[in-house]
Design a protein around this ligand. Structure first.
Ligand SMILES: Nc1ncnc2c1ncn2[C@@H]1O[C@H](COP(=O)(O)OP(=O)(O)O)[C@@H](O)[C@H]1O
Ligand SMILES: [Mg+2]
Length: 242
């Protein structure tokens, strides 16, 4: 999917938080958004997914040239857009397996045999180094921060989206987990030619990922764009000069 964000402005509770962002993600491309806390990164991610609390003030979001602004989040998911939440929710009583199966059924019309589905989940859990017993438990209930983030990536394995937006997939993870998550995400990007938007504060995760198109967001706007050299500059100097 070719996802184009055109001069997008987004309001939260009447306040403009994203103030005219343009960004185009083509199939297979990895885009990275960095920037200080409160600059509107999560709001941008939620706006792409169609979060109901947000109001698009101006601009457009096009998928393969067609506006998706009128579509609800579940409709966008069905088109192949996926958002990994910065703070995944815990739902006691909703089995993880049940949740994954329902999510899959909601975005795909293709029937999948239970055995196939289970095999898919088992191999993905293994490559994520997620304890297999977790898939028999309630969604994220009592899971560690790292396990919750991995469950989001497990969900991505199951849904196989065309565009994946990952909101801080590496925050709260130990060094090994960052590598495991990055390798899984990167494998999917290549295998399915997924477009990706990764929001992060750390360059470490990018060490395991392919060539990078970096966008620096500050106070609702993209203020700098570049490649590895910009990443190094930010690592050294922070965002003050960005
Ligand atoms: N539901 C909300 N109600 C009020 N203000 C919000 C809400 N969500 C986000 N904001 C505000 O919007 C700004 C951007 O937030 P956010 O998109 O989460 O930034 P980032 O992800 O870059 O840290 C912040 O000032 C935040 O307080
Ligand atoms: Mg955020």
């Amino acid at each position: 999917m070719d996802l184009e964000i055109k001069d997008l402005a987004v309001k939260v509770n009447g306040k403009e938080v994203v103030k005219g962002v343009s960004l185009r993600i083509k199939p297979g491309e990895l885009h990275v958004v960095m920037g200080p806390n409160g600059s509107g990164k999560t709001t941008l991610a939620k706006a792409i997914m169609g979060h109901p609390q947000l109001e698009t003030a101006s601009g457009d979001i096009l998928a393969d040239g067609k506006s998706i602004l009128g579509l609800k989040a579940n409709e966008r998911a069905k088109m192949g857009i996926f958002l990994q939440f910065q703070n995944p929710v815990e739902i006691e009583g909703l089995g993880l397996l049940n949740f994954l199966n329902t999510a899959r059924g909601a975005v795909s019309d293709e029937p999948l045999q239970y055995r196939e589905f289970m095999n898919d989940i088992k191999s993905a859990s293994k490559s994520l180094a997620l304890k297999e017993e977790l898939i028999g438990r309630s969604l994220n209930h009592g899971f560690s921060g790292g396990e919750k983030k991995k469950v989001e990536i497990l969900q991505m394995h199951v849904l196989k989206p065309k565009i994946a937006i990952l909101d801080e997939p590496d925050s709260g993870l130990d060094i090994d987990a960052v590598r495991v998550v990055a390798e899984n995400v990167e494998r999917m990007r290549k295998e399915y030619n997924m477009g990706m938007l990764v929001i992060t504060h750390y360059s470490r995760i990018l060490e395991y990922m392919g060539s990078t198109l970096l966008h620096v967001m500050k106070d609702g706007r993209i203020v700098r764009e570049g490649g590895r050299e910009l990443l190094e500059e930010i690592e050294k100097a922070g965002y003050s000069d960005a």
